[in-house]
Write a protein that binds this ligand. Structure first.
Ligand code: NAP
Ligand code: MG
Length: 510
């Protein structure tokens, strides 16, 4: 980090173990949404910088020790990086709160510990022998067969703005645990905690040069160059479904592996026997956490017709007490949205919902917070009278907007829940656990929470059905997604006789 002429911190690109300027020296501002003004500058990388980063990564993979470093050594390094973040927790939490606008209560108690935990879980997974048994084989002759797992190579990782540090941790932990090398591209709104992570990596001195590289810059330029680059072996992307489609297209030219974690329109299904006190706060936590800017937010609340009015009244009463305010105030429940562009998009969806015939039960407008008049604040908003075929109920809004949709019976609830192009998450609220599990099994989504929301464990697979993505992150599956499987076959006969498969073309010697 340097200080620019107006005394704001400025960050360069991190390539081949060094902090360097973009090829053309360009910089771009990074905003602090609550204040509506820049809080830092970062290098504005370009395709030429991706070339440099991929070359460094390629060299680290093809000629360096990293892919052959023993798993216990990689585990030690991941723990050391986790320690490095922990030692700077307060700083990371403050930067995350200022740059994204989320309350510091949330960045301190969710983003930081969970990012650290993620690195630690993958450190442990790195140590674990991913043993894949093969059946005994003596056809056509006696042999020993085993599966060798090795790193894929250069991994391009493109992350969104909604959980900046957590997304960086989710991406780098499994890649490093398995011996891959990385070019990370953070979102342009929120690159700062990923840059702090790069500082931690640099200061640790533990990773060989070129194993971890970070390039900031516009997605349309830097992200596209990374996804298309012939020197990149795998792309891992989290963000919108629209950009996800583009990533697949770009990756197809060189048949890169892709994992995509995309959008959602996840249902929160309140079953008729639910504990309504629990479900009220749970549904609100499901949708409004992180200002509604979560891919697996529970944006559609499905309620039995008979409970609709009473449950809506509870939701409204609890929403009324939420405090919008300064992200750095520990009393704040909801900060500003990430940007004015996002605010405008949320406003457009609210106007659209009203045109489609839905009604506002609470919220629906910009909010002004004294002292933060330039911040893109939006009231927590609940729509009622929503039909599931409205665009309001079908499209990802990415702001604090809940749609309440009534249903007649559980069969209809499941049908509505699945009537979406997405399939990322779902919540089921019920006292009857076997009944809730039955519903969970019929929901076409990658994660279903029973009586909770947003619990994404580093040890459990996470990802989307349908257009919410491809592949899984986290746990053993997430780790294997960073490996190539190699079958090694060892002949145990060691003699010419008995090789019937050779005899089909070569007569045995007399
Ligand atoms: P996005 O456009 O999908 O951006 C995600 C990441 O991809 C960012 O790093 C972005 O870089 C990069 N990118 C953008 N265009 C690219 C391209 N053509 N090729 C390669 N990389 C590219 O998401 P967004 O613009 O931040 O948000 C738009 C909408 O996406 C939101 O309103 C929300 O609905 C959805 N979203 C979903 C998630 C999720 O987790 N599912 C997360 C964020 C947003 P730049 O930041 O430089 O543009
Ligand atoms: Mg975009």
């Amino acid at each position: 980090m340097n200080h620019s002429s107006d005394q704001l911190p400025s960050y360069r690109l991190y390539i081949n173990g060094e902090w360097i300027d973009a090829c053309d020296g360009a910089m771009m501002p990074v905003n602090e949404p609550a204040l509506g003004q820049p809080m830092a500058y970062v290098a504005r990388g370009s395709a030429a910088d991706i070339d440099r980063a991929v070359a460094a990564a390629r060299n680290a993979f093809d000629a360096g020790p990293w892919p052959h470093t023993p798993p216990h050594e990689r585990a030690r390094i991941l723990h050391a990086l986790a320690d490095g973040i922990e030692a700077r927790t307060a700083e990371f939490a403050e930067v995350e709160a200022r740059n994204l606008g989320v309350p510091i209560r949330k960045s301190s108690f969710v983003d930081l510990p969970w990012a650290v935990e993620h690195l630690r879980v993958f450190a442990e997974l790195a140590r674990r022998d991913a043993y894949e048994p093969l059946p005994w084989n003596d056809l056509p002759g006696l042999s020993w067969n085993f599966v060798w797992r090795e790193p894929i190579g250069v991994c391009g990782q493109i992350i969104p703005w909604n959980y900046p540090l957590l997304m960086a941790a989710w991406k780098i932990a499994p890649a490093l645990a398995t011996g891959n090398v990385i070019v990370l591209k953070p979102a342009s709104y929120t690159p700062l905690t990923a840059l702090l992570l790069a500082e931690v990596i640099h200061d640790s001195g533990l990773l060989p040069r070129g194993v971890f590289n970070l390039v900031t810059g516009p997605g349309a330029e830097v992200g596209e160059a990374l996804a298309a680059h012939p020197g990149v072996d795998k792309i891992a992307f989290t963000g919108s479904t629209q950009v996800g489609r583009r990533i697949m297209e770009l990756a197809s030219a060189t048949i890169k592996g892709v994992t995509l974690e995309l959008g959602g329109k996840s249902p929160s299904i309140v079953l008729p026997d639910a504990d309504l006190d629990l479900a009220t706060d749970g549904v609100l936590f499901g949708v409004f956490f992180n200002g509604g800017q979560s891919c697996e937010a529970g944006t559609r609340c499905l309620v039995p017709e008979k409970l609709h009015d009473a449950f809506l009244a509870r939701l409204v009463a609890r929403t009324e007490v939420m405090r919008l305010g300064d992200p750095l105030d520990f009393e704040t429940d909801q900060g500003p949205l990430v940007s004015h562009r996002q605010l405008q998009s949320v406003e457009e969806y609210v106007a659209l919902g009203l045109r489609e015939g839905a009604k506002l039960a609470i919220g629906g407008h910009r909010a002004t917070v004294p002292g933060f008049e330039h911040g893109p604040f939006f009231e927590p908003t609940i729509f009622t009278g929503v039909r599931n075929d409205m665009r309001l109920a079908q499209e990802e809004i990415f702001g604090p907007v809940l749609s309440v949709v009534p249903y007649r019976d559980v069969g209809e609830a499941i049908k509505i829940a699945n009537q979406t192009m997405y399939g990322l998450g779902a919540a089921v609220w019920s006292r009857d656990i076997p009944a809730a599990i039955e519903v969970a099994r019929r929901i076409r989504a990658g994660t279903v929470w029973i009586n909770d929301h947003h619990i994404i464990l580093p040890s459990a697979p996470f990802g989307g059905f349908k257009q919410s993505g491809i592949g899984r992150e986290h746990g053993l599956q997430g780790m294997l997604a960073y490996t190539e499987a190699k079958h090694i076959h060892v002949d145990l006969m060691q003699k010419r006789e008995g090789r019937l498969h050779w005899d089909v073309m070569l007569p045995q010697a007399e």
